[in-house]
Design a protein. Structure first.
Length: 230
């Protein structure tokens, strides 16, 4: 089908505009070339896309020594609670001024985080919103994110908070709590006269797999009853 002159002219204009739009994106890509590892680390955080990661690197930087500690980074981003106290009475806890461009990015990422498949920030948000309301709770999530980013950049490690695994177990339970209960149970069984071999066999029966392996590579075969060192 042959296009008319008007259609060809419109198509040419669209192609030219597309090229003009691609130029800034190319410049941004080139500018971020030396910070790809930081962008990759940021994208391990729920709610942070590639575009958000680029904005955060541009506004927050990658050198954390200038802040010294996470609380100063949060204050610089404008997400730390203010301190308006007189005669022992707290008059205001509004967040500090600052982070004119960084704060909106973090709040946007916080909203995306509480809606993401990873339940970590959603669990935090649900608990905080009951006490603070949704607006203050989302600010608190943004503050938690900037603190995580500070430590990630400082140690060059991917996002994985210490209490992250607790969000994948029923409410009221925690990995630490259940580990303490398990250790207490094992000590009780030993006091009752059970050997390590008998305790391990009892634990192994709770697994569908007939062979279990510990972190050091040692295996225990439930069928043969043998404990094999790696």
């Amino acid at each position: 089908m042959q296009l008319s002159f008007t259609e060809l002219r419109s198509l040419s204009s669209i192609n030219n505009l597309t090229k003009e739009i691609e130029k800034p994106d190319q410049l941004i890509t080139e500018a971020c070339e030396d910070h790809q590892e930081y962008i990759r680390l940021l994208m391990t955080i729920p709610g942070i896309s590639k575009i958000s990661a680029r904005k955060l690197v541009a506004e927050f930087g990658t050198e954390m020594d200038q802040f010294g500690k996470a609380s100063r980074a949060a204050k610089w981003a404008g997400l730390a609670p203010g301190s308006d106290e007189s005669a022992g009475k707290i008059h205001s806890r509004h967040i500090t001024k600052g982070g004119k461009y960084l704060k909106p990015v973090l709040i946007e990422a916080a909203w995306a985080a509480v809606r993401s498949k990873n339940p970590y920030y959603r669990c935090k948000f649900e608990v905080l919103s009951l006490r603070l309301g949704k607006k203050r709770a989302i600010v608190a999530i943004g503050r938690k994110m900037i603190v995580s980013i500070f430590h990630m950049f400082l140690n060059m490690k991917e996002w994985h908070p210490k209490d992250c695994d607790d969000c994948f177990v029923p409410r009221g339970l925690s990995v630490k709590k259940e580990t303490r209960i398990l250790n207490k149970t094992v000590n009780t069984l030993k006091a009752m006269g059970m050997t390590d071999h008998q305790i391990l066999k009892t634990i192994a029966q709770g697994f569908e797999d007939s062979e279990i392996r510990d972190e050091e590579g040692n295996t225990y075969d439930l069928i043969t009853g043998e404990y094999i060192a790696a």
